[in-house]
Design a binder for this molecule. Structure first.
Ligand code: GLA
Length: 417
């Protein structure tokens, strides 16, 4: 077990005086390409990374849920039947980190209360709540209390989705301890509901799906409308490539400001074009779009439409030619986020420019933007050279020194012990 897994176990022991019934984990993610396309019903190509969050969990004799973590000294304990009073409106009553695990428990219980014969828990998590919710089966587990101790080696605030890693680990633990039998997509949906309503961050579903569906040495090609997922081999090792993360250490928060504003612009663009989502707009429709809207809205739309196409092109290039062929698409994606979507920051641009100047095949910011990390696709034996060049460029620009580290595409959520 890694350091964080051991930490979760010892935290559980300090919390309860005993051993957990199990330890579950889920990874953070890096997005290879497809940014701000998920909530537009579009395509994304993330991969799960080899940094994970661990939840040591055990059943309690009463109907309460207690969470502890290495993020904070506070231990938060509430009755399971009090969760509905907390979320979404009174979430301020618990510390922010605790809203993720408690939000997942709340989302799973909410879905269960809507499930009934002919309308399974899996379906209830798909969000169609109409006409259901009566005639519930006996749900003994709904009063089974749980203790959770959480530790993580996913860097927080680096744009690598430490939050979806918590959600994935906790959803997997509760699924098994409560014997829910949910599929991985449904667990991702519970995580997203926690994120959107219990934490209050208006994100799409990419991060949760990546944490649940990741595969070693593969990215996950996701259609965020149908939620269909297909692993796409990356073959980095065979091509002697490494994926370098450059954490700019510029903090970002998606609950405020820019992220929500970009979502609004996309919805406005779709409305003006008369389509349900920007997924339904193709590159050939862009000249017409330009006539229908103001310049800023148009550039937001153009980013999403061209980015969807770049995801499809990247998947095709990986299948046809392998990972050495995708550098240009990564760079085009970054330029589109910098110029059209306007979510980059000088540190991210410097990370991309310096890594490419030092020999990276491609680079781009990854995640929601306004800070966080860039990724660079680098020859195996040039990792140090690129890292040094980026570090020197940050120093020359008087930026805080970046954290650079290699990540490998890894497996999604799993039971560890
Ligand atoms: C954040 C969100 C995701 C996605 C990305 C941008 O990571 O959590 O749902 O929208 O930003 O691609």
């Amino acid at each position: 077990m890694t350091g964080a897994a051991t930490e979760a176990r010892s935290l559980f022991a300090r919390l309860t005086g005993g051993s957990p019934d199990g330890v579950w984990s889920a990874p953070g993610r890096a997005n290879l390409i497809g940014e701000h396309t998920d909530y537009n019903d579009g395509f994304v190509l993330p991969f799960a990374i080899d940094r994970r969050t661990y939840a040591a969990a055990g059943i309690r004799a009463d109907a309460r849920i207690r969470v502890a973590s290495t993020f904070d000294d506070a231990v938060v304990e509430v009755g399971l039947d009090e969760l509905d009073a907390l979320f979404p409106d009174e979430r301020g009553a618990v510390p922010e980190w605790a809203r993720y695990p408690l939000g997942v428990a709340w989302a799973l219980r909410g879905a269960a209360s809507r499930a009934c014969p002919g309308f399974t828990l899996n379906e209830a998590l798909q969000g169609d709540e109409s006409g259901h919710g009566t005639d519930k089966p006996g749900q003994g587990w709904m009063t089974t209390g749980v203790d959770l101790a959480i530790a993580s080696d996913v860097p927080v605030g680096a744009g690598l989705s430490s939050s979806a890693a918590i959600e994935g680990a906790v959803a997997s633990a509760l699924d098994e301890l409560w014997d829910l039998g949910l599929d991985r997509v449904a667990l991702a949906q519970a995580g997203r509901r926690a994120e959107n309503e219990a934490v209050g961050t208006p994100t799409g579903i990419m991060d949760q799906l990546a944490a649940m569906l990741g595969r070693a040495d593969a990215a996950v090609f996701l259609d965020c409308r149908s939620l269909d997922a297909e692993p796409v081999d990356l073959g980095f090792a065979g091509a002697r490539l490494a994926l370098l993360v450059i954490d700019t250490r510029v903090a970002h928060a998606h609950s405020t400001g820019g992220y929500r504003d970009r979502r609004d612009a996309c919805e406005r663009g779709a409305r003006l074009l008369g389509v349900p989502a920007l997924r339904d707009v193709s590159v050939a429709d862009l000249p017409r779009a330009a006539e229908l809207m103001d310049d800023v809205t148009f550039r937001r739309v153009r980013h999403v439409v061209t980015e969807n196409q770049r995801v499809l092109d990247t998947v095709a290039a990986l299948h046809r030619e392998g990972p050495r062929a995708i550098g240009g698409l990564m760079l085009a994606s970054h330029a589109s986020m910098r110029d059209d979507f306007e979510i980059s920051v000088p540190e991210l641009d410097t990370a991309v420019e310096a890594s490419v100047a030092a020999g990276a095949l491609g680079a781009r910011m990854t995640g929601g933007g306004f800070g966080g990390a860039a990724i660079a696709l680098v020859d195996h034996d040039e990792v140090e050279k690129v890292t040094d060049a980026v570090t020197a460029a940050f120093a020359a620009a008087r930026f805080v020194a970046p954290h650079c580290f290699v990540v490998t595409p890894s497996e999604g959520a799993r039971r560890e012990a």
